[in-house]
Design a protein around this ligand. Structure first.
Ligand code: BDP
Length: 717
């Protein structure tokens, strides 16, 4: 072999090994080096016995085999019968033998249908380890959870775990178009290759299902909320069916977005009026057709009468009429309708933040049983920070599901490192006070506050066909963390970061400690360099890439950043208190009081709720202007500190991911400075004040920043 050929092959092999690491997400199954753990695991994981032979159980068994072999370098023996001790036994409740069923009887009472048990037991005086649940998908969840214990190097001695998901619908919303572009997608094109489906099954579909199952996600909406009716034609349903068949053994149900005007567009009807018998019939027949192909089809997600999408209001009907009509169509098959509350209108002069509550709250109790209203975490739109949406807790007779955005539309696309579980946790832990102290958003979402029958959490996916799925290696943590929080909305973000880092990179404490800290601070850094102190929606227009606080020329007032910051000579911020739009009144009295009063309003939300003078004194004694400028600077400093942390991690991980993150952090640093300089120069026109000591002087003019244009920014249709 010539030298150049050798070098070429070497580069190729090492590239593919590294690229595989990126692709393998949090399922790396790295070999353990800690000798104590190795010897403990080796002695207790000699063989696997699986009861049952469904597709799902085969997947679970194979996953265990692969995981154990890779982590321990020891191939477990696959046995048919329980003999001897230290067997790892898997199987669902009723496929277990009667000894096991008896031994675990009280454990099964602790779990719900999707929950699992991982337990060390003595059977006829012999030690065994068992992973079980009420069905095979629950067993698969248990297997992944067990492998997580191994990947994070936890002891397997005396295990006694009973864990059940707290929500029913744990679902990704793909904003994927049929032409494979992804609205607000920053990780390449859509995974769904409609042209090659149904006959070509990309390995990616299987790997996608596996990754989701490993974190307990059990549903996926394949198509954009800005829907295309074609997905409901036989030509496409055949393709959807093929995907559903791939996902089923992994416990993942397929859902679609329903374009409200589909009866006209693909059904040749004259109207889509939800009270028209022909329209009702059309949807009933459509549902029957879909369920014939996909018996476990989940249902529809609907964006209606929002941002130009058609809906019941086009026919003088309301959201309840629309949702209930669709609910009737899918009810016989056990389907649900996820009806979005993301509505605001250019004809409504009301504060945009008030519109969804104003419209939906009066509908409480009017929706059919299989309707769940999907509410974004905040009242505007997936900002780096928003107070929780006032609808949470305010509709006691209606199940509400949470909609988070995993893709970083407003948080730096896939170029900025932001650990979103911090944001998600902040929202979930917020107290709505709607049923007294302790009425957290998490309790609304998991149904425990009002005893709802259906519950759910949706995440707008950040997944595309990039080699590493999510564009930024650390954006994988947001997919992972979303799944973990959908399973248990009370999980701590730091625990999630710890699990993810160990499963994705390394168990070395010298790596874990600083990088975990970096992740935990990353969200606040973004808030600081983009929208500190409650500022929001000042991103550049349309694509939302970079700062654009000056934008004021869009046709709809509430699409303009100036609408949100309201900077003038007197100060800055949106007065949503009693003296302003009174949006605070949409919260329970305790919360209303807190936000309404300038003295008690948390500073992190200050400019969300109040228009405050430039000289206003912040808690740290700084004037608002100085404090704002210092926050922008702090954000930039935080990114620099993240770079310092990351630069020292090279020796713990593979060079490809190390360099990728290094380059991305460099971009993030540049863009953090861009945000700081552009925003401060712009706001300075109104404050008329000098930058305080400690804030770096901008190196460009405001006109320069205003002149920047990004016609091909991704994700913008
Ligand atoms: C906004 C996005 C837009 C979505 C819309 C929605 O800019 O692309 O269609 O939300 O959630 O955040 O419907």
């Amino acid at each position: 072999m010539t030298l150049s050929r050798f070098v070429f092959l070497f580069v190729l092999i090492s590239f593919s090994a590294s690229a595989q690491k990126d692709y393998k997400l949090w399922l790396q199954y790295n070999k353990i080096t800690n000798p104590e753990i190795v010897s403990e695991y080796k002695s207790s994981l000699k063989s696997i016995i699986s009861f049952g032979n469904s597709e799902t159980l085969k997947i679970a068994t194979k996953e265990l085999e692969t995981g154990i072999l890779s982590i321990l370098d020891q191939k477990p023996e696959i046995k048919k019968e329980i003999e001897g001790e230290n067997n790892l036994i898997i199987g669902s409740q009723f496929s277990l033998n009667s000894d096991l069923q008896k031994a675990l009887q009280s454990d099964f009472e602790k779990i719900n249908n999707e929950g699992f048990i991982i337990k060390s037991i003595a059977l006829k005086n012999k030690k065994q380890l068992i992973i079980t649940g009420k069905n095979d998908v629950a067993v698969l969840y248990g297997v992944f959870s067990f492998l997580r214990l191994m990947q994070t190097n936890k002891s397997l001695k005396d295990l006694n775990i009973a864990d059940s998901p707290k929500t029913n619908i744990r679902i990704l919303n793909h904003w994927d178009n049929l032409d494979r572009t992804v609205e607000r997608g920053y990780a390449g094109f859509s995974l769904w290759n409609w042209q090659k489906l149904p006959d070509f099954i990309d390995q990616r579909y299987i790997d996608y299902a596996r990754a989701n199952a490993s974190i307990g996600i059990n549903g996926t909406v394949l198509t954009n909320v800005n829907a295309n009716a074609l997905i409901l034609t036989p030509q496409y349903l055949e393709k959807v069916e093929a995907l559903a068949n791939v996902f089923r053994p992994y416990g993942i149900k397929v859902y679609l977005t329903a374009r409200f005007s589909a009866p006209i567009e693909i059904g040749n009807l004259k109207t889509a009026d939800p009270k028209d018998p022909e329209v009702m019939n059309w949807w009933k027949n459509k549902a029957t057709e879909i369920y014939k192909r996909i018996p476990d089809f989940g249902g529809f997600l609907v964006k209606a009468n929002s941002e130009g999408q058609p809906g019941p209001q086009n026919y003088g009907r309301d959201h309840v009429d629309g949702a209930n009509m669709l609910a009737d169509a899918v009810a016989p098959f056990g389907g649900v309708i996820m009806w979005r509350a993301f509505v605001y209108s250019e004809h409504d002069a009301n504060d945009r933040a008030k519109q969804a509550y104003a419209e939906f709250q009066p509908y409480d109790g009017k929706f059919k049983e299989n309707v769940i209203v999907q509410v974004k975490n905040g009242a505007i739109d997936f900002q780096p920070r928003e107070p929780f949406h006032p609808l949470f807790g305010a509709m006691p007779k209606t199940p509400l599901m949470m909609e988070f955005q995993i893709t970083q539309e407003y948080l730096g696309f896939s170029t900025h490192l932001v650990f979103l579980p911090k944001l998600f946790q902040e929202v979930l832990a917020s107290d709505t006070y709607q049923k007294g102290k302790g009425s957290t958003v998490a309790k609304v979402v998991d149904g425990s506050l009002y005893n709802n029958k259906i519950t759910g959490i949706a995440g707008v996916a950040n997944i595309g066909n990039d080699l590493n799925w999510t564009g930024h290696p650390f954006a994988q943590a947001n997919w992972y963390g979303f799944g973990r929080l959908a399973w248990n909305p009370y999980l701590d973000a730091e625990v999630i970061a710890d699990e993810w880092l160990r499963s994705t990179f390394s168990n070395d404490e010298n790596f874990i400690k600083p990088v975990k800290k970096m992740m935990m601070e990353s969200r606040e850094a973004v808030v600081n360099y983009m929208t500190p102190l409650g500022l929001h929606h000042i991103m550049d227009t349309g694509h939302h890439y970079g700062p654009g606080p000056w934008v004021s020329n869009l046709s709809r007032p509430e699409w303009n950043p100036v609408y949100y910051h309201k900077a003038d000579k007197n100060g800055i911020g949106f007065d949503r208190s009693k003296t302003g739009t009174n949006a605070t009144a949409q919260y329970a009295p305790e919360v209303e009081k807190l936000f309404d009063n300038l003295e008690t309003c948390p500073e992190k939300d200050l400019l969300w709720f109040h228009h405050v003078s430039w000289d206003y004194k912040l808690k740290n004694g700084q004037t608002l202007w100085n404090g704002l400028a210092l926050k922008y600077q702090e954000g930039v400093n935080q990114v620099a500190a993240m770079q310092d942390v990351w630069n020292k991690t090279g020796k713990y991980i593979d060079s490809e991911r190390f360099h990728e993150v290094q380059m991305l952090l460099e971009i993030q640093y540049k863009e953090a400075k861009w945000w700081r300089d552009a925003c401060l120069l712009y706001f300075q026109q109104y404050s008329g004040k000098e930058l305080p000591l400690g804030v770096e002087k901008p190196t460009q003019t405001l006109d320069y920043f205003k002149s920047l244009k990004f016609p091909f920014a991704p994700g913008n249709g």
